[in-house]
Write a protein that binds this ligand. Structure first.
Ligand code: MRU
Length: 347
């Protein structure tokens, strides 16, 4: 491992099950859950033990192995008939991140060629999905850091790092690659209310790798962009529509609006598995609504009057027109639109 690799591993296949770093407990405690059934994994995804679109996809791929193993044990001749109901529950765990459905689809494609015990073949595919993701992140890192060239500081939102992927990260992969080249002095991180992915996860992850971090309240972002301290906003994506509209953590769109107003460039880094060609534009992307209690409390303490109501959409849509660059492992798309996304995918 070079000094610019991430030391953080969110998902691993270990001891015949899925080991997840419990992200609900960070940064206070580094602890792991070891899960042996598909339903345990579905619950862990819903409860945000693991989060971030690529990490959710990889975890789901391993969960398919667990589902097939249990079904094969129950009925070796008809395991294929048993698994779909399990996978439906898994797919419903979080609706916005398309990597979840993508990974299940990829694993399903292996079913037909499985003879005998499906576990070794499915596990091989899940591990390949995991390794491909890390490779894609490294490529995005290289491509992205060329684009931000001599930026001194960037702002990122939520967590699109090693914790959200197979390793290395998408937005934070660009940061890591830039740091490896001796570029980039500082990363500003917005707290990302209500779940505080920025404060709890991104700040922690970057500090593990000794990357200089400055945390800001979400409400300070536009002011920061107006000060000229930041040259790029870099974020990940949960789903990219065929026209380049991007679903990402709630608050991303307001950052893109503020960045355009202040003349700061806006980058989305995401693997091609996050592009949903079947989704014509962002309007059709399902936006997960999470429990009110996440807004009504902060760090499990009430932050609003009792009986107050709240609305908690977990993602928003940033129109392609506000995005300067989308970086994928297949290439960089400037000023994304339908034609350019189509050209990227057919290359
Ligand atoms: O609710 P989360 O924490 O799963 O949301 C994560 C994000 O919005 C990330 O930016 C996105 O999944 C990309 S992760 C590489």
């Amino acid at each position: 491992m070079s000094s610019f690799d991430s030391r953080v591993q969110a998902v691993a296949w270990q001891d015949d099950g899925v080991r997840l770093l419990d992200q609900r407990r960070l940064p206070v405690e580094v602890s792991y859950l070891h899960l042996g059934t598909v339903d345990e994994v579905a619950t862990a995804i819903r409860d945000m033990v693991v989060r971030g679109a690529p990490a959710i996809g990889i975890t789901a791929a391993y969960a398919v192995v667990l589902a097939a193993r249990a079904a094969f044990k129950r009925d070796p001749d008809h395991w294929r008939d048993i698994v779909p109901a399990d996978l439906e529950r898994l797919a419903a765990a979080r609706p916005t991140a398309v990597n979840l459905a993508w990974a299940i689809h990829e694993m399903n494609a292996v079913f037909a060629r499985c003879h005998g015990d499906p576990e070794p073949q499915l596990l091989a595919r899940a591990q390949q999905i995991h390794e491909d993701d890390i490779r894609a992140n490294r490529t995005m890192g290289e491509l992205g850091c060329e684009v931000i060239a001599d930026a001194r500081a960037v702002l990122t939102h939520c967590n699109a790092g090693a914790l959200a992927t197979g390793g290395y990260g998408t937005a934070l992969g660009v940061v890591r690659s830039a740091r490896a080249r001796g570029a980039l002095e500082r990363v500003f991180v917005s707290e990302t209310r209500p779940w505080l992915q920025g404060a709890r996860l991104t700040a922690w992850e970057l500090m593990q790798d000794e990357i200089p971090v400055t945390l800001i309240a979400d409400t300070a972002a536009s002011h920061l962009l107006g000060t000229g301290q930041v040259q790029w906003v870099i974020v990940g994506a949960d789903r990219i529509a065929a026209n380049g509209d991007v679903a990402n953590k709630i608050g991303t769109c307001q950052l893109a609006i503020a960045a355009r107003y202040h003349g700061v460039r806006f980058m989305v880094a995401a693997p091609v598995s996050t592009i949903d060609c079947a989704m014509a534009n962002g309007a059709g992307i399902p936006i997960e609504e999470r429990p009110e209690r996440e807004v009504l409390a902060c760090l499990e303490r009430p932050s609003a009057p009792p009986d107050c109501t709240a609305w908690n959409p977990a993602f928003d849509i940033t129109p392609a027109a506000l995005i300067d660059v989308i970086v994928t492992e297949s290439g960089v798309v400037e000023a994304p639109d339908r034609e350019k996304i189509q050209a990227l995918l057919s290359c």
